[in-house]
Each structure stands twice: as structure tokens, then as C-alpha cells.
Design a protein. Sequence first.
Length: 249
Amino acid sequence: MTEALLSARNVTKRFGGLSAVNDVSLDLWQGAIHAVIGPNGAGKSTLTHLLSGDIGPTTGSVMLAGQDVTGWTPERISRAGLGRSYQKTNIFLPFTVWENIRLAAQSRNQHAGRWFALASGFAQTNERAERAMELAGLQPRRDAVAGTISHGEQRQLEIAMSLATEPKVLLLDEPLAGMGTAEAERMVQLLLRLKPAHAMMLVEHDMDAVFALADRLTVMLNGQVIASGEPAAVRADATVQTAYLGEEH
């Protein structure tokens, strides 16, 4: 590819006198996972919100698939090709797995004046939802109510809902949080399956998963980038070890 699918340049977000994110730049490329790590309060989630349009930057710019999307609404950025997950799982608990995914797929096939048509009758929507469910490995849980499936499966479901919108870029905010070993391994395998067709940013505290997945690693502290590059080089950085990783890493 000749250009990154998503590029942030000198992005800063100030809340009064506090700079939650300060002069951060990064590029996300198709077929690569860019992990962003750092202690709590480092600015990782704020950076994710800035890239997805949930909040606007004070200064700096964001490019998505060659378009300047700085200041766009989250809905417009989503339609331009960005999908994301949140720290707190964001699904419809009373609905089935299939209904959650189909609802997300419907957001890409809006038909004015067809309010009373059955959702099940839209073939393109159903095909998109089926693909997303298969990618996420949730076919066996198709008819399960979302509120009754495991935490790990709920995280898979949230990613499946993003996939149903057919994004080019995925921003994943702590997708392995709260998982046991088996669930975490399933999530790692899911992200590896998704990697070839997407540009991905991963915010995560599970260092084993980070080093298993990341092609590039950025470390933030107090809203600023203190190191960025190949994971092995960042891992060996004395400043990073002192600030975050600790001697065991």
C-alpha cells in the first residue's frame, strides 16, 4: 500500500489546563496490528476516542482512507470505514447474538420509507451479518441471548457487530480485559484472523497478548508517546521498562 489507512498527526486534546493527549502521531496499515500501551491515565482511551470521532481534537488531524475526517461525527467516520470496540462491552443484552449482529449490519442498508418491512427480508444485510458472525466464530451461539453468553463471547460479539459494518480500520479498546486464559487465547486467534484484511489498533494491558499480536508498539505516559517502534526494540527500552513494563519484561 502507498499510504496508511488511518493517520493521526500531532493530535492533542486538552481539557482545561490538562493535556490528556499531547502531540501524538501514528499510522495504521492494512495487515498490521499497532498496539498502544501505558499505565492507567496515560491517554490511550482518549486517543481512541479522538480517532473514532467520539471527541474532537484540540489540535492535529486524522486521515481515514485518504480523507481528512478531523471533526467528523462518529457515525460519519464509521460510514467512512472505521469500526471500534469499547472498554465496557457495548451490546444489546436482551437480543440474540444474531439479532445484535444483524442490527449492526442494518446500519449500512438504510431504506427511507420502508419502516414496516421485515428486517429478515433484506438479503444483503443478512449476508453481511452472516459473514461477520462466521469471522467472529459465533455460529454455534447464533440463537443465544446476548445477556446469557460468557464475557469472552460478549467481547467477540461486539467485534462481530463492528465487522458487520465492513470496516477497513478496527480500533479495539482492551478486548481481552477480564478474560481467563482460554477466552484470551480465543480472542488472540480471532484478531490474527482479522489482521490480513484490516488495519488495527489495539489498546491492551495483557502484555503476553500484546507481544503475540503487535507488529508495532507505542507506549504512552501522561498523554505523551515515550517510545514507538518494533516491539522488541520498545520492550528493551530502559525508559519504557521503568515507566511501565517492569523488570520482568
